[in-house]
Ligand binder design. Structure first.
Ligand SMILES: CC(C)(COP(=O)(O)OP(=O)(O)OC[C@H]1O[C@@H](n2cnc3c(N)ncnc32)[C@H](O)[C@@H]1OP(=O)(O)O)[C@@H](O)C(=O)NCCC(=O)NCCS
Length: 153
């Protein structure tokens, strides 16, 4: 499948939470990126101050939060059928464009140490490793560390 033009990024609102949950479930199905969040979680997150997000039509989504001069990616995921077409790159670009106006100078994120696709994406986007959180993600009954990565905005 081919992604529609990137003009199709849609700012996320509470009304889009159910649609976002379907995309998130598909994006997180391989288990590398974390757990899928249901519509109620996404809806309540969107009611939290400083939280923004975008849908790339039904191909992917990102959510981020700005707070006290910093910002973080809360989640990012792309439907398996739409990967390697620049969707995640476009979603990150929306964050870089908006978060500075919300007072953020730096963008951080966590990524599982075995999530090589996401780590490759983030390195290509200029994120550098700044820390490690032990036992951050679940892998079945086990836990796995996360790398903390950051990029100046
Ligand atoms: C990681 C993820 C968001 C990437 O989404 P995507 O839309 O396919 O990424 P893009 O097409 O924008 O890729 C941009 C660059 O990232 C890197 N990249 C992305 N996926 C990659 C992969 N599977 N292997 C190697 N590099 C990859 C490449 O450098 C790529 O550029 P290129 O295609 O020109 O080589 C997607 O694979 C995903 O949803 N994974 C499951 C959820 C997840 O892990 N989320 C992140 C949690 S921290």
């Amino acid at each position: 499948m081919t992604m529609e033009p990137m003009a199709e990024l849609i700012p996320m609102t509470r009304e889009l939470a159910a649609r976002a949950a379907v995309i998130h479930a598909a994006a997180m199905a391989d288990g590398l990126g974390g757990e899928a969040w249901g519509a109620p979680s996404l809806r309540s997150l969107l009611g939290t101050p400083g939280t923004v997000g975008w849908l790339a039509n039904d191909a992917g989504l990102v959510m981020a939060r700005a707070m006290a001069g910093e910002s973080e990616i809360l989640t990012i995921g792309v439907h398996p059928e739409y990967r390697r077409q620049g969707v995640a790159k476009a979603l990150l670009a929306a964050c870089y464009a908006v978060l500075p106006a919300m007072g953020a100078e730096r963008l951080t994120l966590e990524v599982a140490i075995d999530n090589l696709p996401a780590q490759t994406l983030y390195r290509a986007e200029g994120f550098k490793r700044v820390g490690r959180r032990p036992d951050y993600y679940r892998r079945g009954s086990a836990r796995i560390d996360a790398l903390v990565m950051a990029r100046w905005l």
